[in-house]
Ligand binder design. Structure first.
Ligand SMILES: [Zn+2]
Length: 798
């Protein structure tokens, strides 16, 4: 005996019959074939008007898919290309079809026989529907067929289908169908309920051959190419020259040449001449245009994000841009890839429908909206608008006003293409203890300001993932030139930002070096098997914890530089314009208000950043309008210039913890002042803009503790430096008084001496505990001021 499922042939026949019936019903209804039974094209379109309303308003189906219920002729004119659309929901609900037993179906014959193709010709068939109920059932069954056997559906829309129904669609198609050179309309399939990640689909065993929806980001694109789908083979026998047609598997590059010519009998018997054919060109041979894409999963914790090869056709070719987020509906299948004499099967998603989910990767502001926002700005003035913007930024986070304003400055950045050639984007870092507000601020900045913003996690990032590298996909994609595969920073659209959480876990020195270039110049040279440059014109918002992990805190009362505690090289740190520190310090009143903010943030209505704006989505749109502000030829007048100079000169004179701000700080002040001016929709920088920018910069670690963030310094803060200086002063005393002629003495004696004679006010600067004392010794050692020999200690230069 055989089990039902083992009887593949019968199952296949059953599937083919279902598909043929469903497809015939679908083609008949939408082409106008049922006109003689009172269900012609006008009838179809009149009914569809109401149905579209029900689909969109009641069923929540997007308009472009609900449109699939109209007649083919009307659908062609709506989407402006020749395509037919089978949407799972529309087919399955079938609201647009007259109900079984309704008066509209009175003229429907029982049975209805539909002749597919010409009687007696190869591929011809008669499909019989017992009555309208049977027809209705078959139509709805097509929903199941496209979902489970989409390839059989595609395979069944053959030339005979089109010769039967095509002439009814429009006169033009009727004429084209008379000749043999007919390019069939595109077939779109949509309506998969749940989208899958690339990893889901690659790991799944249940989706082969099914219609699925996969979300990802367009990483790379190959060239648009042509593939024959119906080849006309021209007989080479002199007196013949007739064409023999072969339909080619639309998924494979195989081109099967006929062996016999039925017109001149060549190749049909041993006596006949050997058949010889050459491929005839267009229009006798028909081609489709296709393109391959590599999409990549974005919401992943994996070091190498999973990728999936996608093939798009016809009007979908060149319909997307690199870096765009897409949801692709298609048939998940495998193709044979011939490489190096081996045949390998690899997964491919053959796209039948696609949605650009970040078509939104620009924030669009209409002319009318610009007018309203400009008036609104005028009415509230600079201070008023800054107050509203600040209040609308991460409203669930209490306090941190300067950090929120800094997020706004970063969101807008400086004017583009200023003659100084400096980068316009603002880089910012939040460094602090786990569980402080920094992750919430990062989350807000990524989610609410620009739809193209993305975040990566330091622990799982590689140079290829963050910046890019040589593409491994050239052959598969069919690219004519060797290409670079861009990483996250290179795929962020203008106006959006890149977040890197857990900077402390990036770890690899090479990653930092590459990031240094990416952030400073906006481009990185890739020197591998090929030379190339990857552009990374993207503002970076980094977050860093102590490198020890979640259970550690930063300690500013030992001798270890803050950035070392975070595992960050100072060369990298110096790329940030603004650095804010978040320490987890117990403070009752602050703790209370923070907890209040946490509970309030669970209340949706209170956290709407748009409430105070005159138009919907006003927060994003206002920021976009700021980004569009162009600079005047004279950006600063003389007053503003001298104001900035005096701020910079004063800051340079103010030594903090043995260091002073550097020229990078000056560049940051300029950049931030320009960003503030743009937030004020101003094409010149005014004194109020400079002062505002300065007030934010004053709160940054780059101003408060320049020694911590500059490459040349000890990396220690003011408090750390003060304590270390006191330790060294006492160690010199100890060496003079207790060591005498000896160069070295026990470290524990030295510590006892320091503790006993501690000269700083113990309320503010207590003598450090012995293990912290050791960290200061390590710092002094690095500065070549003390020397260690086992448990003994010596002072240099005495
Ligand atoms: Zn021939």
């Amino acid at each position: 005996m055989v089990f039902g499922f083992q009887n593949a042939e019968a199952a296949n026949l059953n599937r083919r019959t279902r598909v043929r019936r469903g497809l015939t019903a679908f083609m008949a209804y939408h082409s106008g074939y049922l006109g003689e039974y009172g269900m012609g094209r006008d009838f179809v379109d009149t009914r569809s008007n109401e149905a579209i309303h029900a689909y969109t308003e009641v069923e929540g189906i997007p308009r472009d898919r609900a449109n699939a219920c109209v007649s083919f002729a009307r659908y062609f004119s709506i989407i402006d290309i020749e395509a037919i659309c089978m949407d799972y929901h529309v087919l399955n609900r079938a609201i647009h079809l007259p109900a079984v037993g309704s008066s509209h179906t009175a003229q429907f014959p029982s049975p209805l026989n539909i002749q597919i193709g010409q009687v007696g010709a190869p591929g011809s068939d008669v499909v019989t529907f017992d009555d309208y109920a049977d027809f209705h059932q078959a139509y709805r069954d097509l929903a199941f067929c496209i979902s489970y056997y989409p390839e059989i559906v595609l395979d069944d829309i053959k030339f005979e289908m089109w010769t039967t129904f095509g002439p009814l669609i429009n006169a033009d198609m009727a004429i084209r169908l008379e000749g043999e050179a007919f390019v069939p309309p595109e077939v779109r399939m949509s309506g998969v309920d749940e989208s899958m990640t690339i990893n889901d689909i690659l790991c799944s065993q249940h989706h082969d051959g099914r219609l699925v929806q996969v979300v990802g980001q367009v990483l790379e694109m190959g060239d648009a190419r042509k593939r024959a789908i119906r080849i006309a083979w021209k007989c080479q026998i002199q007196t013949c020259g007739e064409l023999t047609y072969r339909i080619v598997d639309p998924f494979e590059d195989a081109e099967t040449k006929p062996k016999e010519c039925f017109y001149c009998q060549a190749g049909t018997s041993q006596d006949a001449p050997k058949a010889e054919f050459v491929q005839d060109g267009a229009p006798n041979t028909t081609f489709i245009t296709f393109q391959r894409l590599m999409i990549r999963q974005t919401d992943t914790q994996m070091t190498t994000p999973p990728q999936l090869l996608v093939e798009v056709r016809g009007s979908h070719v060149h319909a997307m841009n690199q870096g765009e987020d897409v949801a692709i509906t298609g048939i998940f299948r495998t193709i044979v890839d011939k490489s190096g004499g081996k045949n390998e099967r690899l997964p491919l998603l053959y796209a039948t429908d696609l949605t650009r989910t970040s078509q939104d990767s620009v924030v669009e502001v209409t002319g009318g909206e610009r007018h309203v926002l400009a008036d609104w700005k005028q009415e509230h003035g600079f201070d008023g608008v800054m107050e509203i913007l600040t209040a609308a930024t991460a409203p669930h986070v209490i306090g941190h006003t300067r950090e929120k304003q800094a997020i706004l400055l970063q969101a807008v950045g400086s004017y583009r293409n200023l003659p100084d050639g400096k980068r316009p984007f603002v880089h910012m870092m939040f460094i602090g203890d786990p569980g402080t507000a920094k992750s919430q601020l990062l989350g807000f900045a990524i989610d609410n300001i620009h739809p193209g913003s993305k975040v990566a996690t330091g622990a799982r990032s590689s140079i290829a993932g963050l910046i890019g590298g040589k593409s491994e996909n050239q052959r598969l994609l069919g690219s004519s030139t060797t290409t670079l595969s861009p990483g996250m920073l290179a795929l962020i659209p203008p106006g959006a930002i890149a977040g890197i959480d857990e900077l402390h876990a990036l770890g690899d020195k090479n990653v930092f070096t590459a990031l240094n270039d990416a952030m400073e110049t906006g481009r990185v040279s890739v020197q591998m098997q090929m030379k190339g440059t990857i552009r990374t014109p993207t503002p970076v918002l980094g977050c860093s914890n102590p490198k020890g992990g979640d259970n550690t805190r930063f300690d500013l009362y030992n001798g270890i530089p803050l950035m070392e505690q975070a595992g960050l090289p100072t060369a990298f740190v110096s790329r940030f314009d603004l650095i804010f520190v978040f320490l987890d310090i117990v403070d009752e009143s602050k703790d209370k208000s923070v907890f209040g903010g946490m509970t309030r943030s669970m209340n949706r209505s209170q956290a709407d950043p748009n409430a105070a704006f005159p138009i919907p989505d006003g927060y994003r749109k206002y920021l976009q309008m700021c980004r569009d502000v162009q600079p005047a030829t004279q950006l600063f007048n003389e007053d503003v210039q001298s104001h900035m100079e005096s701020i910079f000169v004063k800051a340079r004179q103010n030594r903090v913890g043995g260091a002073t701000v550097n020229f990078r700080w000056g560049a940051a002040l300029l950049r931030l002042s320009c960003a503030v001016a743009r937030l004020d929709l101003s094409s010149t920088v005014e004194i109020r803009h400079v002062d505002f920018a300065h007030s934010i910069l004053m709160e940054s670690l780059t101003t408060k503790e320049p020694n911590m963030v500059q490459e040349a310094g000890t990396g220690l803060g003011q408090t750390q430096t003060k304590v270390m200086d006191e330790i060294f002063r006492l160690l010199e005393d100890w060496a003079t008084i207790e060591l005498g002629e000896k160069d070295f003495g026990p470290k524990k004696d030295a510590y006892a001496y320091v503790a006993k004679h501690w000269g700083l006010d113990a309320a503010d600067y207590p003598c450090p505990a012995e293990k912290d004392f050791d960290t200061f010794l390590a710092s002094l050692q690095k500065q070549n001021m003390v020397e260690r020999k086992g448990q003994n200690l010596g002072i240099k230069g005495l």
